[in-house]
Design a binder for this molecule. Structure first.
Ligand code: SF4
Ligand code: FES
Length: 242
């Protein structure tokens, strides 16, 4: 027999601050292979059209559907209700600006991060559109791709104790981004130049090692390894003085 699920959903609209934040309950009959995306859409269509949440791709690609699912950050489109108990509490991701209910603005946070890290290839080479593509070894291309897989969903940031305490912390997503450019030979910045930006409490020294990010990342990016790589490169740069 199909289960009846009870969803306890955070409700608050910053545009109507006179209505205080609250948890609202909705009940829904479970259907086979129902994802939280389907459940939330049904709740919105059948019970409350004012419910706010974000989805774009429904395939764990766009990163927009991050939320706290029974207290754990995750992607709603990738989460099946069959893997959850009868009662499900849904809250917006902390750290990010609340748009309303389950919708948060991760875009501003990540834009600031990418600007702060200057997350693009720095080179003095003049671009020649007619030149053949530069060759790259497969293992190196794979390592860069591994870091590039981040979909900026914000789950690792929401799960991070430091990011919850200090707004300027780069978090695992930021340090993963740093690792991506440190290993790319096309980027002519020296590790010491990168260290100037991330060798602070806002960067590598802000991590207190709880490693929730590594457990949480829905893309299973090895965030612990990426942090270790950044720390190793930074230590080498400090020893060599360049
Ligand atoms: S590193 Fe993983 S958890 Fe963090 S933002 Fe990227 S995809 Fe999401
Ligand atoms: S809707 Fe795109 S990641 Fe979930």
């Amino acid at each position: 027999m199909a289960r009846i699920l009870t969803f306890s959903i955070f409700r608050y609209n910053p545009a109507t601050p006179e209505i205080p934040p609250r948890l609202q309950e909705f009940q829904l009959d479970e259907t086979p292979n129902m994802s939280l995306f389907i459940a939330l859409n049904r709740i919105r269509e059948e019970q409350d059209p004012s419910l706010m949440f974000d989805f774009v791709c429904r395939a764990a690609v766009c990163g927009s559907c991050g939320m706290l699912i029974n207290g754990r950050p995750g992607l709603a489109c990738k989460t099946l209700t069959q893997d959850l108990p009868d009662r499900v509490t849904l809250m917006p991701l902390p750290v990010f600006k609340l748009v309303g209910d389950l919708s948060v603005d991760t875009g501003v946070w990540f834009r600031h991060l990418n600007e702060n890290l200057e997350a693009w290839i720095h080179t003095d080479k003049v671009f020649d559109p007619k030149a053949p593509e530069e060759r790259m070894d497969n293992p190196l291309a794979h390592a860069i791709y591994e870091a590039e897989r981040c979909i900026e969903c914000g789950s690792c940031i929401a799960a991070c104790a430091t990011a919850n305490m200090r707004a300027d912390f780069l978090g695992a997503a930021g340090l993963n981004r740093v690792a991506r450019f440190l290993i790319d030979p096309r980027d002519e910045r020296s590790p010491a130049q990168v260290f100037e930006v991330v060798g602070t409490d806002e960067g590598v020294f802000g991590c207190i090692g709880l490693m929730a990010c590594d457990d949480i990342c829905p893309l299973e990016i090895p965030l612990q390894q990426q942090l270790a790589l950044v720390r190793r490169k930074m230590a080498l740069a400090a020893l060599k003085g360049k």
